[in-house]
Write a protein that binds this ligand. Structure first.
Ligand code: FUC
Length: 819
């Protein structure tokens, strides 16, 4: 039924109003040259590659998801426990700087500060005599996950297609030419890695092998092996010691297999040689056409679930880099839609079940010493990577992150015990493939102790979207462990008597009042995270009918947490004391965690806090690092201010270098912190979804923040809402919803909040009344906020909405049209 309805709709409107295939391409009329950020990313969650599309020497820069520096290790500082009380005391005495100095000695790791995600080198193909080329074109087709380069030399048109196969576990490049015997090149390998052994084999394969480097005292233990195999049609293949020479072929297929000895974060006893060889043996007997077909089908299983059309203009007829340049001044709704779908493409390509989660650069890095080690910063960045996962219908791809949380819970149990004398588990602000849970970088950044709390919320979120009780039962011990840590670690504030975290910090920001130190007690973000962890654990325990006494303990503790505060500038306070600087434009606005991704701040339930959050957003300003702008798109969407959210998208989709003092976007649409960080891509993708649909605040809210630029006509198909609902289709015209189709996977009350009156075309709907009875939409009330007597807050105007209740049954589809 659902499929039919959507197909009928999409067919009916496709002639004039589909998500045109050409809109799902990044394309360019110049090669990448030497610039990595011009190259186009492909990936299958295990392998990543950047395709440069250069004519005379093609470069395929390679990555493998488990290729990291170091080996299994821990980085706790066991001195912490003895000094914990001294640090707490110093902070309470206002000696934050001294506390920080002590924490640098006793809390910050004396061993690894996190290991690095490492490159697997580059395969180059040198084509003689191709300097004078014409008709150059290259593209990344994100509807098929295929990159293509095409150009003409002396009347011969050359085409190269590249994929990281989802089904065959290898990278494949397929080279063709419009005339026979035209393809000749020399293939060779290079790598920033020291000590790589490069060889050719009797069967004319090019191989490379090495062990990753030592880093910060941790011995490199990841061995890797790569094999490139060249299958030709016509022509000859020969080899030197370190290169393969193809001459006069009609067609060439290059298969690249890479594997490591990594089994899991505690075990590197696998056989990289056997693995690389077996992946290759299975794949290389299959033709490019066969592999391509299976690859596209596997990819589209995920990608095709969501279609987005934000309107049509003539703007897309330009290369992607030109559209990026113009986006600020041109109405190009297809570009925003392309960017949204590119975010989904990147998640599908860098995060597959059973693999490693997308790191700071997803699965793409060419540097031996990448920025921030290309690892996982869990005070925002890694969580942001997974914001689009559930709502853009890629729930299965959340798995690598959820698996990482489970592993952190094991590693972090010892950290909680050894460093803080607490039960349960915790993590600080960074982790890596070895699931390091110690504190790194310096106490200013690394002392933050909510890494376990925040990451654990993704488990709960996965449950809220899917309603999968079996999953909830398996992860309950992890949620419980995160809560148990807080049961032991929270302390009573000496004067206010709230339960607070001490030592604490609001990620990476310091109030001027603290002599440049970030250390504090009971910061707003920590209070909000603890509130969520306790609430989720209480709810999970109730659903699973477990741990009644523990529920009481948590409920009691939750009632003693510090409330949110509104300060003298009308701002949501970042710290318990009213010490925010209204001119502070720090990229982290951590205390707005309560607005998004959490839902403790609501226009309907907590209007004062909502307005205070708006003041904070205005005070902090718009332009910032890439990921910060991505977060702001989500916040302005929650503010129901589509035009401001759109302004942030414009700021983010600006070529790097134009935003004074801020980030932007590279030609290949990678987000620029700068440097490249993928979190901004994912953050903005989530933000665009939040502008169209939210399921946070007691209802499924459709079109909460539609900007003027997209109001005319558009549709989205396939977004997911909490409680197992899919917005099979939602179409709008002139800001009004004209058609809505919702599928219920698990039944329950569907409460719709919409901008105009609707009527049901099947099923019955009634005006909503009272609390939403759907358990997935229960929101725990926060404590009443403390408001400064100096604060002028003002009210935030909201557009009128209509609220309906529809009783749904599992598996049924409901449609509505404009009244
Ligand atoms: C956090 C941020 C930085 C950067 C780094 C990877 O530390 O404050 O801006 O994104 O993570």
């Amino acid at each position: 039924m659902k499929q039919n309805l959507v197909i009928i709709f999409l067919l009916a409107s496709s002639a004039c109003f589909s998500q045109n295939n050409d809109n799902l391409k990044l394309w360019y009329n110049t090669p990448s040259g030497k610039t990595w950020e011009n190259a186009l990313p492909v990936g299958n969650g295990r392998l990543g590659a950047m395709i440069y599309g250069n004519v005379d020497t093609e470069t395929i820069q390679l990555n493998e998801h488990t290729l990291w520096s170091g080996g299994p290790n821990r980085n706790d500082n066991p001195l912490a426990l003895d000094s914990l009380n001294a640090i707490r005391k110093l902070i309470l005495e206002g000696k934050q700087k001294q506390a920080e100095q002590l924490a640098n000695k006793v809390i910050i790791s004396k061993t690894s500060h996190g290991q690095m995600f490492e490159p697997a080198g580059e395969l180059h193909l040198a084509f003689p005599g191709q300097d004078n080329y014409s008709n150059y074109y290259r593209e990344l087709d994100i509807e098929k996950a295929v990159s293509k380069t095409r150009y003409t030399v002396d009347d011969v048109t050359y085409t190269r297609e590249a994929i990281a196969s989802f089904t065959d576990r290898v990278m494949v490049m397929h080279l063709t030419a419009s005339k026979p015997n035209s393809i000749s090149f020399t293939a060779f390998y290079s790598s920033p890695q020291p000590k790589v052994e490069v060889k050719t084999t009797l069967s004319k394969q090019l191989t490379f092998a090495a062990t990753t480097i030592d880093h910060e005292g941790v011995k490199g233990m990841v061995r890797y092996k790569g094999i490139a195999d060249f299958k030709t049609n016509g022509g000859t293949v020969s080899a030197t010691d370190t290169s393969i020479i193809v001459k006069n072929a009609n067609e060439v297929t290059i298969y690249i297999s890479i594997a490591t000895n990594f089994n899991n974060y505690l075990d590197v006893s696998g056989d990289e040689n056997e693995r690389a060889a077996s992946y290759l043996a299975k794949a290389s007997v299959r033709s490019f056409a066969t592999i391509l077909k299976a690859h596209v089908t596997a990819y589209q299983k995920y990608f095709n679930r969501v279609k987005l059309n934000l309107g049509i203009t003539a703007a897309p007829d330009l290369p992607t880099n030109e559209r990026l340049k113009n986006f600020h001044s041109t109405n190009d709704p297809q570009f925003a839609a392309l960017y949204f779908q590119f975010g989904r493409y990147l998640l599908i390509s860098s995060s597959q079940p059973g693999g490693q989660p997308a790191n700071l650069q997803g699965i793409w890095n060419n540097k031996l010493y990448p920025a921030w080690d290309s690892k996982y910063t869990i005070n925002i960045n890694a969580e942001m990577n997974y914001w689009p996962a559930e709502k853009t219908n890629l729930s299965e791809l959340h798995e690598p992150f959820l698996q990482m949380v489970k592993e952190l819970a094991v590693a972090g149990t010892q950290t909680a015990k050894d460093m803080y004398g607490a039960r349960g588990w915790m993590a600080h602000h960074n982790t890596d493939i070895w699931r390091a849970t110690g504190a790194v970088d310096g106490a200013f950044w690394g002392l933050w102790n909510q890494g376990g709390g925040w990451t654990s919320q993704h488990l709960w979120d996965h449950y809220l979207y899917t309603g999968d009780k079996k999953f909830l039962a398996t992860v309950y011990p992890v949620l419980k462990g995160a809560a148990t840590f807080y049961v032991d670690f929270l302390v009573e504030h000496p004067t206010d008597h709230w339960l607070v975290i001490n030592p604490d910090e609001s990620p990476e920001n310091a109030p001027a009042a603290h002599q440049g130190s970030s250390l504090d007690v009971g910061t707003t973000m920590s209070n909000q995270i603890v509130f969520d962890v306790l609430s989720a654990t209480i709810s999970a325990a109730k659903i699973l009918k477990k741990d009644a006494t523990f529920i009481d303990t948590l409920t009691q503790m939750r009632s003693r947490l510090a409330p949110m505060h509104v300060g003298r500038y009308g701002q949501l306070q970042e710290w318990l004391d009213d010490i925010d600087d209204p001119k502070d434009n720090h990229r982290h606005i951590s205390h707005l965690y309560g607005l998004f991704p959490s839902n403790q701040i609501s226009p309907y339930r907590t209007p004062l806090l909502f307005s205070a959050a708006r003041n904070t957003l205005l005070q902090r300003g718009d332009v910032s690092t890439g990921w910060s702008m991505g977060w702001k798109v989500n916040w302005w969407a929650r503010m129901q201010d589509g035009n401001h959210a759109y302004k942030l998208i414009q700021n983010q989709l600006t070529p790097l270098g134009v935003n004074a003092g801020g980030g932007g976007t590279y030609n290949n649409l990678f987000d620029a912190h700068p440097p490249f960080q993928i979190d901004g891509n994912f953050g903005c993708t989530s933000g665009i979804a939040e502008m169209l649909m939210q399921s946070a605040d007691g209802a499924v809210h459709l079109l909460p923040a539609l900007p003027d630029a997209w109001q005319q006509h558009g549709f989205v198909a396939g977004l997911k809402a909490k409680g197992g609902f899919e917005i099979v289709l939602m179409e709008w015209k002139d800001s009004k919803l004209v058609k809505v189709i919702v599928r219920s996977f698990i039944g329950g009350n569907l409460r719709l909040r919409v901008p105009n009156e609707l009527v049901a075309t099947n099923g019955t709907m009634k005006a909503a009344n009272g609390e939403n009875t759907n358990p997935f939409y229960q929101v725990t009330a926060t404590k009443e906020a403390v408001i400064s007597s100096k604060a002028t807050i003002g009210a935030t105007d909201l557009k009128r909405t209509f609220l309906y209740d529809i009783a749904t049954a599992a598996g049924k589809t409901y449609s509505f049209t404009i009244k």
